[in-house]
Write a protein that binds this ligand. Structure first.
Ligand code: NAD
Ligand code: MG
Length: 394
């Protein structure tokens, strides 16, 4: 029996994870669940999965959850705050941690799981982007098992040799081909994007996801973050990672080898496939996802990305090449800019301007410690807010 902690249980990935777990009660039990503010959803999840512990964001949310659980006679222990998240991620009673909090808020608990040597199922790509070297060091020092949930990285993992050493050339790997749907604005003229609304940006043609990652898909910053994620997971340089636009989202990514072979993982676009793969690895379990009907898909298309249409992609490659804390600056500026766009404070095409301004303005340093990374994260957030305020004053 694997005992699972889900960080971010009420989100899109969290809900898909519980859907897969519910199909295999003989293999998995839920040790702990967390949510930030959706207390009623979390209470319903507690009623169904009976975790020992549940963590929310604030004391008020904890009191509300406690009352809801008591009314149902449930004995789940309720806690709140970052220390409690780290505790459920590293507790001796849990084997596997699904890291599915969105953004930098997930870094501390995800790192706690890695340091505690857990099986870490990584959806929270921002944690790895911010602290790549430190995170991978923690994984290696503790003997944690890191399995990618991001569909592209999970596909790449499946296409790499079983004992891959994170040295591409050593296994004959020449390129990681990261597929991208191109998001909802792939075919839109750039000049028409000034007035798009948050709801339009979140209407992804193929995937149903949380709002932050949906906006990231529309700007293609999501792919940029994934390039950096692939660098850390697979030891590939910026030159060894190629982004390929593939609007059908059926090929989830590919690996090119020096003999001319290209291996791909295909399937319907549904996150329950990578979640089930990582949960059961190295075995396989049913995920509830329908089998792919290639004849019905009919056509698979591929094209090169346009770095002018999608400046965020270029900014992410620049941050990866710059190294150090540059990806942490990029990530923080992006989180602030996306939140401002979702709140209606800036336009869609101002997102990349905010990030570029922060990257220009702030010198990056060595990512020597988590404290150094978090300091840069704070500086980038403040610089992004200042620039957003100046844009609004214009
Ligand atoms: P979501 O917005 O649907 O859910 C986010 C979860 O994080 C919620 O449970 C929320 O309660 C929690 N949360 C939010 N802010 C928090 C905070 N400050 N402190 C603690 N918890 C907080 O997001 P999602 O789409 O499920 O994405 C989660 C992560 O998985 C992201 O890093 C995203 O990039 C990654 N991911 C998602 C998908 C997808 O299909 N949704 C695919 C690949 C990767
Ligand atoms: Mg992805």
């Amino acid at each position: 029996m694997q005992r699972i902690t889900i960080l971010g249980a009420t989100g899109s990935i969290g809900v898909s994870t519980l859907d897969v777990l519910a199909r295999h009660p003989e293999r998995y039990s839920v040790y702990a669940l967390s949510a930030h503010s959706r207390v009623e959803e979390l209470a319903a999840q507690c009623a169904q999965f009976k975790p020992a512990r549940a963590v929310v964001g604030t004391a008020a949310a904890a009191a509300q959850l406690q009352a809801l659980l008591q009314a149902q006679g449930l004995r789940t222990e309720v806690e709140y705050g970052e220390a409690a998240l780290c505790a459920i991620a590293s507790a001796a009673e849990t084997d596997t941690v699904m890291a599915a909090i969105v953004g930098a808020a997930g870094l501390a608990p995800t790192l706690a799981a890695a340091r505690a040597g857990k099986k870490v199922l990584l959806a929270n790509k921002e944690a790895l982007v911010m602290s790549g070297q430190l995170f991978m060091d923690a994984v290696h020092e503790s003997g944690a098992v890191l399995l990618p949930i991001d569909s592209e990285h999970n596909a790449i993992f499946q296409c790499l040799p079983q004992h891959y050493s994170r040295v591409p050339g050593a296994s004959g790997v020449t390129k990681i081909l990261l597929t991208a749907s191109g998001g909802p604005f792939l075919k839109r003229a750039v000049e028409t994007l000034d007035t798009v609304t948050p709801d339009e940006a979140c209407k992804h043609p193929k995937w149903s996801m949380g709002r932050k990652i949906s906006v990231d898909s529309a700007t293609m910053m999501n792919k940029g973050l994934e390039v950096i994620e692939a660098h850390w997971l697979f030891g590939a340089s910026a030159e060894q990672i190629e982004v390929v636009i593939h609007p059908q989202s059926v090929v989830h990514s590919m690996v090119s080898y020096n003999d001319g072979s290209v291996l791909a993982e295909l399937g319907n676009p549904d996150m329950r496939t990578p979640i089930a793969h990582a949960l059961a690895y190295p075995e396989r379990i049913a995920s509830g996802v329908a089998q792919l009907d290639l004849a019905q898909v009919g056509t698979l298309q591929f094209e090169r990305p346009d770095f002018v249409q999608f400046p965020c992609l270029a900014l992410a490659f620049d941050a990866l090449k710059a190294g150090g804390t540059a990806p942490a600056l990029l990530n923080a500026a992006n989180e602030v800019a996306v939140a401002a766009f979702l709140d209606g404070r800036i336009g869609f095409r101002q997102i990349d301007r905010v990030i570029a301004k922060v990257m220009d303005e702030l010198p990056h340093g060595a990512a020597a410690s988590i404290a150094a990374v978090m300091e840069q994260d704070g500086l980038a957030r403040a610089a992004a807010e200042r620039f957003i305020a100046s844009l609004r004053a214009q």
